[in-house]
Design a protein around this ligand. Structure first.
Ligand code: PHE
Ligand code: ZN
Length: 853
């Protein structure tokens, strides 16, 4: 018999669970291939669902040993997704469910539920992993206090909450705060601790510990420092105090995502904890700081207030990303952080929103929730909150957030609840604004101008293209931050937020003495694409004079893009005016080096491909690659002297410091090097590689050497020096692929995949190789199709082992529709080969089906 077609889960079908859980007691008898989990769970009828109901518990990959209700043994009906106890077999009121199950952590390669990583036990339960640990209503709106007993000979036994008892071979943890099962965590291993403490604003002392493999302690101080700064910041910026006696962080080598906010016991991918100057780049340090903060901030936005169902994922993720962005802006340079965030948003979220995987920030249907941990939910989710804040102002935002914490502490909440606190705190009607949550797609904003008798009028028209399942798009509320400059460069109208709500809308500025130059969408005040034909001279003017740093950078980026698109279209020589403008910026020592580094960075090949596609032309990846290199070479020739001077001036002698200012100097130095490398045959890079005292410069120099075609010796030396450090070897794989020449990329990938260190079941290692392969735009899209085939082969190999990673990485193909007929056919053939694989996971099936459209 054929299986019935799988059915999607729908937001519209939400119903509360028929029971509440009054308490959970778990005992773990740990053994690698046969762990016993004994659960005792109190249930009571949920008054929100009157009547009598069957007891349905989720459960997957569990072997049931015994079960009982109120002490009476029973044999429930088990299926592939869980078990059912008929209502008739249950008492009318509250009852206690007991079950013993056996699970196999050692055989768990999907890294969801209880699994083993390098000899230690650890868990990952978001989104639906707890059902692989015991039978349970595994949904976020079922919240309960947990008590956990761990039995094992391993020296360190951790779970959520506070430690309440321990003895020889066991430990007990109690978490007083009711939580959904996805926040459950357990760790057991032979681990070393780096300890510190934090005294909260009300004077409670919290013991902090970061748990790592012995020998890794000296790479923890930055993470610890970031944690303490995060705890302090959340008190100062949001009035949020930590609520347990201990806060533990554990670093694990095998982890599907970045990190996880389990209550009181955050579990991190080791690459987001471990850092020393020799092993981590400035970008690594910044990410560690940001993710430590992110997971810590979840304690209030995610844990104390959680999500009613997984459709509301952005309730915790969008808000927590927004909060970690604010934190990083406060710790480092706010304009640089804003530019970085917009670069990421455009690279990942716009790409998603313009392709077959487009979905609303709050989706309304899914087959596999793990497929919705996306740039749209996270990054666009954060942008939407940024717009809300812009609309209601600092004070309104603060009042709304206070009300949110006050009203919803302990709740499993929804986006409706979230918007309601803004309405109640500010008196604003957000019915139309809500479309940002329910409608997919990136609006395009066309602009026209009118100048008459001292009145300047801007007219905006918004349009959003259809997205899968949403053919018609209604107008959205768009906050457009605008400033006006005089022709002499003075600002005549400071930043003003125009509130657009209609399809077409005009805004008039009176009393101007001369036609102004507009600076539109300052600070990237809304996640939209601005469509406005602008003369190069006007862009150069803004690049020189805009008071808004984001728009200053944006003007330079737009200029570079115009120049590149023209070069790609007709092979003309690069524009000297653009290069000279860049030169003036480079030499402007009043500007932050990090900002200047960003200005020197050319638009990515993927971005150019999308731009060409939007203009109705099929992008040719090899040609784009060639022209982008050509522009870099022209910049290097024309600006050789100032680039060399800046390269020398930005050296950071002395002890390494990961602070933002030093990192900015290194970024500018490496940006100069990358350009000079095009004309010095790699000489500077070779010298830097030999002298480099930190990973930022070593990795930067190695990349340049490979680009210059003389990377072999350095590549080998790098391996010899670092082969015992997994995180650095991940970089070794990545750098070689990111910088491989397009026609050699697939062959390089094949060679590296045969390397004994290509431990493909480790997500970091798989991503290092395959992620870098797909990020090498011209190499991945080489006309031979070799990279497509190789990539698809590996997706098929990984799918049975780790469906989550496979599904996520299938997005390398999401842009297929941009390209020419041959490439389209090649990619579609690989996608359908994957789709027709007999035992494809639900995760990958959903993704590939959607990508094919
Ligand atoms: N909730 C985690 C975060 O963003 C991400 C995550 C999701 C981790 C699913 C593991 C599994 O902070
Ligand atoms: Zn998060």
């Amino acid at each position: 018999m054929k299986d019935a077609a799988p059915q999607p889960t729908l937001l519209a079908e939400y119903q509360p669970y028929p029971f509440t859980v009054t308490g959970v007691e778990l005992t773990f008898r740990l053994a690698p291939a046969a762990t016993r989990v004994i659960a005792k769970i109190g249930f009571a009828p949920n008054p929100e669902r009157p009547g009598r109901h069957d007891l349905r518990l989720d459960g997957e990959t569990l072997t049931l040993i015994s079960a009982a209700v109120d002490g009476r043994p029973l044999s429930p009906t088990i299926d592939g997704a869980g078990l059912t106890v008929p209502a008739a077999a249950l008492p009318q009121g509250p009852f206690t469910w007991e079950a013993e199950v056996e699970i196999d952590p050692k055989g768990n390669t999907a890294l969801e539920g209880l699994y083993m990583s390098g000899g230690m036990y650890c868990t990952q339960c978001e989104a639906e992993g707890f059902r692989k640990i015991t039978f349970y209503p595994d949904r976020p709106d079922v919240m309960a206090p947990f008590k956990v007993r761990i039995e094992s000979d391993l020296p360190v036994l951790l779970s959520n909450g506070n430690p309440t008892a321990e003895g020889e071979g066991w430990a007990e943890w109690t978490d007083p705060w009711p939580k959904p099962a996805y926040l459950f965590a357990l760790v057991a291993g032979d681990l070393a601790a780096v300890r510190d403490s934090f005294t909260t604003m009300s004077g409670r002392k919290v013991d902090l510990a970061i748990w790592v493999r012995d020998g890794d302690q000296d790479r923890c101080p930055y993470a610890m420092d970031s944690l303490i700064r995060s705890m302090k910041w959340d008190e100062e910026a949001y009035g949020r105090e930590y609520d347990l006696d201990v806060f533990n962080i554990v670093a694990v080598d095998d982890f599907n995502m970045g990190a996880m906010e389990n209550k009181g016991l955050n579990i991190f991918n080791s690459k987001l904890v471990l850092a020393s100057p020799e092993t981590a780049t400035d970008a690594d340090f910044e990410r560690i700081e940001g993710v430590i903060a992110h997971e810590y901030f979840h304690n209030w936005t995610g844990n104390r207030i959680t999500c009613r169902d997984w459709f509301q994922l952005c309730l915790k993720e969008g808000l927590t990303v927004f909060r970690d962005q604010e934190f990083t802006s406060d710790m480092r340079s706010a304009p640089v952080k804003r530019i970085d965030d917009v670069l990421t948003l455009r690279a990942r979220q716009f790409r998603e929103d313009m392709g077959p995987l487009a979905h609303p920030v709050r989706p309304d249907s899914y087959f596999e929730i793990n497929n919705f941990y996306t740039a749209t939910v996270y990054e666009k989710g954060a942008e939407v909150i940024g717009m809300l804040k812009r609309l209601v102002g600092e004070d309104g935002y603060r009042r709304a957030l206070d009300l949110y914490f006050d009203r919803h502490d302990g709740d499993a909440a929804t986006i409706e609840d979230w918007l309601k606190v803004f309405e109640d705190a500010t008196g604003r009607d957000l019915a139309q604004f809500k479309r940002w949550y329910t409608d997919a797609g990136t609006p395009r904003l066309a602009v026209t101008e009118d100048w008459q008798d001292g009145a300047y009028t801007l007219t905006f028209t918004q349009k959003t293209a259809p997205t899968p399942g949403q053919d018609v798009k209604a107008p959205r509320v768009i906050p457009i931050a605008v400033g006006l400059l005089n022709p002499n460069g003075d600002e005549v109208v400071p930043t003003t937020v125009l509130e657009m709500s209609k399809a077409t809308q005009s805004f008039r500025f009176d009393g101007l003495s001369a036609r102004p130059v507009p600076s539109l969408l300052r600070g990237f005040s809304a996640p939209v694409v601005l469509d406005r034909a602008v003369e190069p001279a006007e862009r150069a003017f803004l690049l020189a004079h805009d008071t808004d740093p984001f728009n200053r950078w944006e003007a330079g980026r737009a200029l570079a893009k115009d120049v590149l698109i023209t070069m790609i279209a007709d092979g003309t020589d690069p524009d000297g005016g653009f290069i000279d403008a860049l030169g003036r910026l480079l030499a402007d020592e009043t500007l932050d080096p990090a900002f200047r580094a960003l200005c020197l960075r050319l638009p990515s090949e993927d971005d150019l491909a999308q731009t060409l596609h939007d203009a109705g032309r099929a992008p040719d990846p090899a040609h784009i690659h060639g022209q982008r290199k050509r522009l870099a070479t022209a910049i290097a020739r024309r600006l050789e002297t100032p680039l060399a001077a800046t390269y020398a001036a930005m050296a950071t002698p002395g002890a390494f410091s990961p602070d933002a200012a030093s990192a900015g100097r290194r970024a500018l130095r490496l940006a100069c090097l990358a350009l000079l490398n095009r004309i010095d045959g790699g000489d500077r890079a070779a010298a830097l590689y030999n002298d480099a005292g930190n990973m930022t410069e070593s990795a930067g120099a190695l990349a340049c050497l490979i680009e210059a075609g003389r990377g072999e010796a350095a590549t080998n030396a790098f391996y010899e020096r670092w082969h015992e450090n997994r995180l650095v070897i991940d970089k070794w794989f990545m750098i070689q692929l990111l910088h491989a020449a397009p026609d050699k990329t697939a062959a390089t990938a094949e060679r590296l995949a045969a390397h004994p260190d290509f431990d493909w079941k480790n997500p970091n290692r798989f991503r290092a190789l395959m992620g870098a392969l797909s990020a090498n735009h011209a190499g991945f899209h080489d006309a031979s199709g070799a990279a497509y085939r190789f990539y698809a082969d590996w997706l098929l190999k990984l799918d049975p082992v780790n469906p989550q990673i496979t599904a996520r990485m299938s997005t390398a193909f999401e842009t297929w529709a941009r390209y020419d007929a041959d490439r389209k056919a090649l990619i579609r053939a690989e996608l359908s080969r994957i789709l027709h694989h007999p035992s494809l996971s639900r995760d990958t099936r959903e993704m590939v089906t959607r990508i094919l459209g």
